[in-house]
Design a protein around this ligand. Structure first.
Ligand SMILES: [Zn+2]
Length: 293
């Protein structure tokens, strides 16, 4: 449900009788309406979040940023096409599609995959239905359950509309979004607007800027991702092993994927706390996800 829809509904359903409130009462009531209209609820965790952009705007921005990234990677000759490596595409799509179905997002977007040949230990899923996998993450992911952990976390960000929330928090709404989308689709690539958009989508590392998700969003993506991988049929205990392997990649220059995420100890403690819930979804994949349709 997007903010605009919520605002219209609040306006018509919640308007009180005029006699109930004095002028100051009305002011408080209007304030509650405005703040309430700008908030949505995150599926699975039930957290309330600031949302000043519609899901359509968020998806449009994601699609534009994805096209820009695909152009850039193609220009560098790093894009691994389905023709070049059909087995790799089949494997990543196989796992990704199961996670997307578990999230109930299979019809929400036209999903596309971009595989980039790079030593970077990284992956992303962005609003608008785009998944990016850097081949450097594959040895760390090891098996399909490890890959499901990574993609579950990333699709968790999408399901929770973390990008829309970041855009809202950064005040990047409407006019700014339109200008940035235009800059992206123009294919110039070097504009400040395009670079900001890439940063907002977590794709800015190659441009030297990265706007990390908030710590709370990272923990939330871990939580949702754990449930998604379990519901998709992957043993959620494998998530703990994946993050251990990821941590071992650390040393002096930890992977970008890791540096913007919660500390390892916190992450493992939280996963352990959510494991019982995840296990229920592993045993019964038909259990509905709270807060989704
Ligand atoms: Zn993340």
């Amino acid at each position: 449900m997007d903010g605009w829809h919520l605002r219209m509904r609040s306006d018509s359903v919640l308007r009180p009788e005029p006699s109930v409130l004095g002028p100051s009462g009305w002011a408080s009531f209007i304030l509650i309406l405005v703040v309430g209209a700008a908030c949505t609820t995150v599926p699975v965790t039930g957290r309330s979040q600031l949302m000043l952009v519609s899901q359509q705007e968020e998806a449009q921005m994601g699609a534009a940023a994805f096209q820009q990234l695909a152009r850039d990677e193609s220009g560098k000759g790093r894009m691994v096409s389905a023709e070049r490596d059909p087995a790799l595409h089949q494997r990543i799509r196989g796992v990704g599609d199961r996670i997307i179905r578990a999230a109930g997002l299979q019809n929400a977007y036209a999903w596309e995959y971009l595989i980039v040949r790079s030593s970077e230990v990284n992956a992303a899923a962005i609003a608008g239905g785009k998944i990016i996998v850097y081949t450097g993450i594959l040895p760390v992911a090891a098996g399909d359950a490890g890959l499901a952990t990574v993609l579950g976390h990333e699709v968790g960000h999408v399901l929770a509309h973390h990008t829309g929330e970041r855009l809202s928090q950064a005040g990047l709404t409407e006019a700014a979004l339109g200008a940035t989308a235009a800059a992206l689709s123009g294919g110039t690539g070097g504009g400040a607007g395009a670079q900001t958009a890439m940063a907002v989508f977590g794709l800015g590392a190659q441009y030297g800027i990265l706007l990390p998700y908030a710590r709370a969003q990272e923990s939330e993506a871990d939580h949702i991702g754990l449930i998604l991988m379990a519901k998709a049929g992957y043993d959620p205990h494998e998530a703990v092993n994946l993050w251990h392997r990821m941590e071992q990649q650390g040393g002096s220059s930890p992977p970008a994927f890791l540096s913007t995420h919660p500390s390892h100890g916190t992450r493992i403690a939280q996963l352990t706390e959510w494991m019982g819930d995840a296990w229920k979804y592993y045993q019964d994949p038909h259990l509905p996800l709270p807060g989704t349709r």
